[in-house]
Design a protein around this ligand. Structure first.
Ligand SMILES: NC(=O)C1=CN([C@@H]2O[C@H](COP(=O)(O)OP(=O)(O)OC[C@H]3O[C@@H](n4cnc5c(N)ncnc54)[C@H](O)[C@@H]3O)[C@@H](O)[C@H]2O)C=CC1
Ligand SMILES: O=C(O)[C@@H]1CCC=N1
Length: 282
């Protein structure tokens, strides 16, 4: 059991919804040493529950959301924003004041969640991402004022089991976190798809282009992480010989306004997060 998972050793953790995010987070928890018998999962259809049960035979699975809510200390709400109200309706009359509810849904605010779960419910809004599946997740977290210090630490432990987590103290910033890291993998995938496609069109075999693109992205990310005191711009300048090949490529990206395009993409994500909040609040 990892040190941070020690914090959860006497806790029960539940998931409402057995989709991609639930499967990756619960997989990470089990891999970090939390016993599958301490985890409860519900989903309306059988297929996803059966697949999880096949992998983790002692996992508790059910179609009854209320059964999960009734049994756990940490309740992860892992349904689409549009389904949150319907899912929470199944346990709306339960006293959840001792249960820490942790939503992973984009846009859904703590206010909407307390309207659905009761004013006394400790609520965390989280924003993980799909690299959680392989232990490289990045998760932003925000807690309402009912969440205790112990529940905060346990929540960090849940998401640290599948990568890194970081708290923000202003809930509005969760839409920005969603734009930067929740949706972020897709931005880098699009960039890598474009690099691979470009490499292929310029003559590289597909496998070679894919391996070089992936290893380069991994190396660049690791350099940013391992040089915390260096500006990313300095790392970029270190690659860029005056009048060289990198300068030629960067000039093209800048002439076509890459930084501006990225900013507009993040703004569009933040706007959509706020629209999802409206939908979930109806
Ligand atoms: N996919 C991603 O990259 C990320 C997704 N999220 C958030 O995670 C949440 C889930 O997304 P995914 O796992 O990708 O979706 P998904 O569609 O894979 O999983 C959702 C699951 O909820 C189940 N479900 C639907 N109605 C239900 C109900 N009433 N009660 C219980 N379960 C119900 C569905 O059958 C499905 O298995 C969304 O709110 C999304 O905003 C957050 C971060 C990243
Ligand atoms: O696209 C979405 O709405 C979800 C939230 C962040 C990643 N996927």
């Amino acid at each position: 059991m990892t040190d941070s998972i020690e914090l959860l050793k006497n806790a029960k953790v539940g998931f409402i919804g057995a989709g991609n995010m639930a499967a990756s987070i619960l997989g990470g928890l089990i891999q970090s040493g939390l016993p599958a018998e301490s985890i409860f999962v519900s989903n309306p259809s059988a297929g996803k529950l059966e697949a999880l049960k096949e992998k983790h035979p002692t996992l508790n699975t059910t179609h009854d959301n209320a059964e999960v809510a009734n049994n756990v200390d940490y309740l992860l709400l892992a349904v689409k924003p549009q389904k949150m109200a319907l899912a929470c309706d199944d346990f709306k009359d339960m006293d959840l004041s001792k249960t820490c509810a942790i939503s992973v849904a984009a846009g859904v605010t703590c206010e909407t969640l307390t309207n659905l779960l009761g004013d006394d419910t400790p609520v965390v809004r989280s924003m993980p991402n799909t690299p959680s599946l392989i232990g490289y997740g990045a998760t932003g977290l925000f807690a309402n004022d009912k969440v205790t210090a112990e529940q905060r630490e346990a929540t960090s432990a849940i998401f640290d089991a599948v990568g890194k987590s970081i708290w923000v103290e202003d809930e509005d910033l969760m839409d920005v976190v969603t734009a930067v890291s929740g949706s972020g993998p897709a931005h880098y995938f699009l960039f890598m798809e474009s690099v691979v496609q470009g490499g292929i069109e310029l003559g590289l075999p597909e496998h070679t282009a894919r391996e070089l693109a992936a290893q380069t992205a991994l190396g660049a990310a690791a350099m940013v992480q391992q040089n915390g005191d260096m500006e990313i711009g300095q790392l970029r300048r270190n690659v860029t010989s005056p009048g060289g090949t990198t300068a030629a490529a960067l000039d093209t990206l800048n002439d076509n306004h890459l930084p501006d395009i990225v900013k507009k993409a993040l703004q569009a994500s933040v706007k959509r997060g706020k629209e999802l909040a409206e939908i979930a609040n109806k």
